[in-house]
Design a protein around this ligand. Structure first.
Ligand SMILES: [Zn+2]
Length: 468
């Protein structure tokens, strides 16, 4: 039994992996609290943050679901053992326990928040924990747990990002010089099999035999940790990323960014991040800073470009973002998901919607009022009741819409059959699980067609699609 603790538990892991320290951040999916334990070698990591040439980024993220009672016990134990040698942190812990201590005396994980009040309470809880542990590095060698100096550097990197977010560059002209409609048969959209994560790409063949291609845009860069089998086509695509490739990150959730840290060499300047302020309390996560730095290292001028949405990436590619305020946590989704960059590609024969984890009502009106040939089913096919679908009938009632589901083994109950049934047909990779609710596995819905392959492709000639 792997119980949660604020000390000790990492020693074995650190030793085995040759990594010295770890940091901690909390995330909530609305119903459960997940503690991410991030292991890193502080010396190489600091070099990385300081832009020392050839410094390696070596991070390991070990997520663990934490029941409230476990969290409470871990905090009490750590206080008793004086594990944290930082008075400010200890003061914050006391304040936290005064507010939340009693409500954590339950074995029910966080479901009681979801049932009682809005499940955004769970996100708030994660936020306040991040406020406490932000910047705290647990050093297994010296056994001291104090605020690490490298976080000051990380802080500086973060304020640069925040400054840029306040004053985003406004895109004057399309940044991707591609016109899909001139040679539609040369263009292809690929949705990669990456388990419970998102990664897809727009590619263009550069020869008539369709052997070689350029990667035009990559949409998200995630890969499930538990995805065991190799994906040579994904690897090939990543190898073909060059300085003209644009990489769009829809939002800063792990399953959309985590594969970036495996590819830290400089390849392209063209990164698009969502303008999303007040990130610290939502996601005070080391992985994000590493990602930020990672992208900075790849940009020639060392800066991060954030563009004001909506904008056109090319005549056919439009990027939008939800402008409203999400109330609560309606369908297993978080506030952070609602602020995803949503992309639509509208060419002559094919129109593809790439919403990442934003839900239908969070799409821009210009997106909602259109029909599509293909929709990458939002938020990994999360629970989405039929009753909520009224406003999106145009998008989904189209005769020709195909849904593609991107999920793998997970504890959230994705993909939900009720949601998938809304599509005329659904394409999925073999190995995808279907759920009736988060605990009940369901039979595959009748409209779902599975396939083997590294990716699902959609050709812009409007004729070919399938698994490869
Ligand atoms: Zn996601």
């Amino acid at each position: 039994m792997n119980s949660f603790s604020l000390s000790q538990f990492s020693r074995h892991y650190c030793k085995r992996k040759g990594l010295g320290s770890f940091s901690l951040y909390f995330e909530s999916d609305g119903e459960e609290l997940i503690a991410h334990k991030i292991y890193f070698d502080p010396v190489t990591f600091l070099d990385f943050i300081r832009d020392v040439p050839n410094a390696r980024l070596n991070l390991r993220d070990v997520p663990q679901i934490v029941a409230p009672i476990e969290l409470r016990n871990a905090i009490i134990q750590a206080t008793r053992d004086k594990v944290i040698r930082d008075d400010t942190v200890n003061e914050k812990i006391q304040q936290f326990m005064a507010v939340h201590g009693d409500s954590l005396e339950t074995n029910e994980r966080l479901l009681y928040f979801a049932q009682g009040e809005k499940a955004d309470r769970a996100e708030e809880l994660a936020d306040s924990l991040n406020e406490i542990f932000y910047g705290l590095a647990f050093d297994s060698k010296s056994r001291s747990n104090t605020r690490s100096a490298l976080f000051d550097d990380i802080e500086r990197a973060f304020s640069l990002y925040e400054e840029a977010a306040k004053d985003p560059k406004i895109l004057q002209s399309p940044v991707v010089e591609e016109n899909i409609d001139t040679e539609p048969e040369q263009y292809e959209f690929r949705i990669y099999s990456v388990g419970q994560a998102n990664c897809s790409a727009l590619i263009r063949y550069i020869d008539q035999d369709k052997k070689d291609y350029r990667v035009i845009v990559v949409f998200d860069f995630g890969r499930a940790r538990r995805k065991r089998s190799a994906n040579p086509s994904l690897q090939e695509m990543i190898n073909k990323i060059d300085d003209r490739t644009t990489i769009l990150i829809s939002h800063f959730d792990n399953d959309h960014i985590n594969n970036i840290t495996n590819y830290t060499q400089k390849k392209t300047d063209r990164w698009l991040f969502p303008p999303c302020t007040n990130m610290r309390s939502q996601k005070a996560n080391l992985l994000f800073y590493a990602l930020l730095k990672c992208a900075q290292r790849k940009t020639s001028n060392g800066s991060i470009s954030i563009y004001k949405t909506p904008f056109n990436l090319s005549p056919q590619i439009r990027i939008t973002q939800y402008k409203g305020t999400r109330k609560g946590d309606p369908y297993q989704s978080t506030v952070c998901n609602s602020a995803c960059l949503v992309t639509s590609i509208r060419a002559e024969h094919v129109s593809i919607l790439i919403p990442a984890d934003a839900l239908y009502e969070e799409f821009d009106a210009s997106v909602q009022n259109e029909s599509y040939t293909h929709i990458l089913i939002p938020h990994h096919g999360c629970y989405y009741p039929l009753a909520a679908c009224g406003a999106i009938s145009k998008m989904l009632d189209s005769e020709r819409v195909h849904g593609v589901v991107q999920c793998g083994t997970n504890r959230y109950g994705h993909a939900n059959v009720e949601h998938l049934r809304r599509y005329r047909d659904v394409h999925y990779f073999y190995g995808t699980k279907f759920y009736q609710d988060r605990n009940t596995v369901a039979k595959k819905p009748r409209n779902a067609h599975g396939g083997y392959g590294d990716y699902y492709f959609i050709s812009f000639n409007g004729i070919n699609c399938g698994y490869r």
